[in-house]
Design a protein around this ligand. Structure first.
Ligand SMILES: *Cc1c(COP(=O)(O)O)cnc(C)c1O
Length: 402
């Protein structure tokens, strides 16, 4: 009879689509329908005693400074936590701020990190270059075989960091197998889940301890703001992760959080449509005589197809393909496209083509690039919301020019 007895009063009973529209909403005294944007750096207190208790942490959910607590950011964190099935989450200024925080909050000088070598450029830099400057050594391994992680573990390994599928060659790492290895050595597993999205892969359910996203990608999905988020258990998030955020300040702005909260409302619609199109584009490119190979996790030609089917609900909104004729062919193709943009963002409403060798992976040596499959003819395609027929026609025209 009453709303309180309705089983749907509990947001954890909602389907993801519903969680992403209503989850985490907090209404002010005005009962606004759309989430409010609290552009306020600070908060005032009714009494000195209240302030004292608040600073002692005795008033749960209270806000005292927007570096580490803001109602709009809370709504974003809580909505994402519902979707991910996480106990808690913290927003960050960017995906790199989120990854750096997740990693640094778990280690100290003398510790060791094991990571897969096929990583987003910034993540690889943090683990390979920055961490050793502060006395944290790291080993990068070929992530396709879990045994490589087992072999690289040391008594002082505190973090295992992976990205799956990887950027840009969509290699997979077996999350469950690597989680078991990490835990057997007392290390935490951190998974950068950007390429799969929270809809198609649930690292926490497979044993990960922390999951990170660049919210700049599918979560905004419309190329407007930067943001990041780390999700996991209350213990890790409200402990190390929160402390690191609070004291170092790579804070997600309330404005960006508000854009991201609104982005979450349409995330399933966008990601579903983009995934449908990505699968169609992969099929269209697969048999083309000028295409050496197509890499798409849910395409039967993917070398880890069985793992992709087991670990991912669907196959990502991104694909990679190699044109015959190397860099010159890749440039000719990209330069003849009329709809797809040449850029380096991903997960956007607008389809984006990237030549990793000369842009995102330019910093690496040719040997390291080839080791991770970044060949001269490789192109990464982030499939957007345009009609898939137009995207395929655009690519076919491009291939004709090669
Ligand atoms: C973009 C990206 C990041 C970094 O996110 P920013 O928001 O650009 O800082 C980290 N990991 C992956 C896999 C990404 O695609």
């Amino acid at each position: 009879m009453s709303k309180a007895n309705n089983p749907l009063s509990n947001p954890t009973a909602w389907s993801p689509d519903t969680q992403l529209v209503h989850g985490g909403s907090m209404r002010s005294e005005f009962n606004e329908t759309s989430e409010a944007l609290f552009l306020s750096s600070g908060y005032s207190y009714p009494t000195s005693d209240h302030a004292e208790r608040l600073f002692k942490g005795e008033i749960p959910g209270a806000h005292n400074y927007s570096r580490f607590a803001n109602p709009t950011v809370d709504m974003f964190q809580n909505r994402m936590a519902l979707l991910e099935g996480a106990e808690a989450a913290r927003g960050f200024a960017s995906g790199m701020a989120a990854v750096t925080n997740a990693v640094m909050s778990q280690v100290r000088a003398g510790d060791h990190i094991v990571a897969s070598r096929a990583l987003f450029g910034g993540c690889r830099f943090v683990i390979e270059d920055f961490m050793p400057r502060w006395g944290v050594s790291s080993t990068l391994v070929d992530g396709r075989d879990p045994e490589n992680f087992a072999r690289a573990m040391q008594p002082n390994t505190k973090v295992v960091f992976i990205e799956t599928p990887t950027n840009p060659t969509l290699e997979l790492v077996d999350i469950k197998a690597v989680a078991d290895i990490a835990h057997a050595h007392g290390a935490v597993l951190i998974v950068d889940n950007v390429f799969a999205t929270a809809l198609w892969q649930k690292p926490l359910l497979l044993g990960a301890d922390l999951v990170t996203y660049s919210a700049t990608k599918h979560i905004d999905g419309q190329g407007r703001v930067l943001g990041g988020i780390v999700l996991g258990s209350k213990t890790l998030i409200e402990g190390d992760v929160h402390t690191f955020l609070r004291q170092t300040g790579a804070t997600l702005s309330a404005f960006n959080a508000w854009v991201l909260v609104k982005g979450l409302e349409t995330l399933p619609l966008r990601v579903r449509q983009m995934t449908d199109s990505a699968a169609k584009v992969a099929d269209a490119l697969a048999g083309h005589p000028k295409v050496e190979k197509v890499i798409y996790p849910h395409h039967p030609s993917h070398p880890q197809y069985d793992l992709a089917k087991a670990q991912m609900v669907r196959g990502s909104t991104l694909l990679a393909f190699e044109v015959k004729g190397g860099q010159e062919a890749a440039f000719t193709l990209s330069d003849s496209l009329a709809v797809i943009l040449i850029s380096n963002n991903l997960g956007d409403a607008k389809s984006i083509i990237t030549h990793p060798r000369t842009t995102t992976h330019q910093r690496l040596t040719e040997d390291v690039r080839l080791e991770t499959g970044v060949t001269p003819g490789l192109l990464r395609l982030s499939v957007g919301l345009e009609a898939s027929d137009d995207l395929i026609a655009d690519l076919m025209y491009g291939l004709d020019q090669v």
